[in-house]
Design a protein around this ligand. Sequence first.
Ligand code: UTP
Length: 293
Amino acid sequence: MGRVMKRLRKIIFPAAGHGTRFLPATKASPKEMLTIVNKPLIQYAVEEALEAGLNQVIMVTGRGKRAIEDHFDVSFELETVLRNNGKQDKFEEVSQISRMVEIVYLRQKMALGLGHAVRCAEHWVEDEPFAVSLADELIIGDVPAMAQLREVFERTHCSVLGLMEVPREHVSRYGIVAYEREADGLFRLVDMVEKPSPESAPSCYAIVGRYIFTPRLMKILRHAVPGTNNEIQLTDSIARLAKEETVYGVVLQGQRFDAGTPLGFLLANATLGLANPQFGPEFRKHLLGLLDR
Ligand code: UTP
């Protein structure tokens, strides 16, 4: 008889990559602290996780990532100054960040790949299902992306990956899936390949940085060997998992930005900047002026 699946409450944020696509900004500051309007990427991702009921958080960080820990810590001096200066709303905004969630931090000593970063959290995950979120992929929509995945997980108790359709000429930037359609927007994944050429890609559905896994994935990762770029690729282990268990892909509703690249970052800032109730109209006027030139 199969064992009962434990409750889903854990989430891993791998944040130990070098961020080479965003140099020189990422030379001394973490990519996850890049801001979209006035909030760092990692805070968007943590808020999304909390909205999906995932409140046991581990961040896998590396050297030069201290700012992430400071961001979610109490900032005693700043909070005192804000309170003493009567800036109550700013005080509330800043102090609630340190109260939003308890976070465990772990160091990935060498950036040996995303699969390796996830494996670093093996002892913390134990035998529970867990989510993984890549904060540099910002997904904005009516229903938080992680909640869309969770809905499928709660129904099926199977691993679920977030997918989005991409233009065929862009498939070589992503992990691309081969699938059998099970329902509208829900696919059973047969295989997946990391960064295929447009000619060899099995579909145009890309894995975007949101995942929920059964505990089996950690067992597979334990034996994973380096693949493309000599890194331990998460995709290779998910492909193995899909040979052993059912793995679903859910086509996410919402807009996705690869904010770990300068262009994706600009698009995210333009989109959320225009939607800002306070200064969106003025921003729009400025952009229209630029376009008129
Ligand atoms: P990316 O492919 O975006 O790599 O990793 P990167 O190193 O951060 O950025 P580029 O490609 O050099 O510009 C996807 C996610 O996996 C994490 C990254 O922090 C990012 O969230 N990661 C990657 C690790 O935590 N450790 C690694 O060894 C590699």
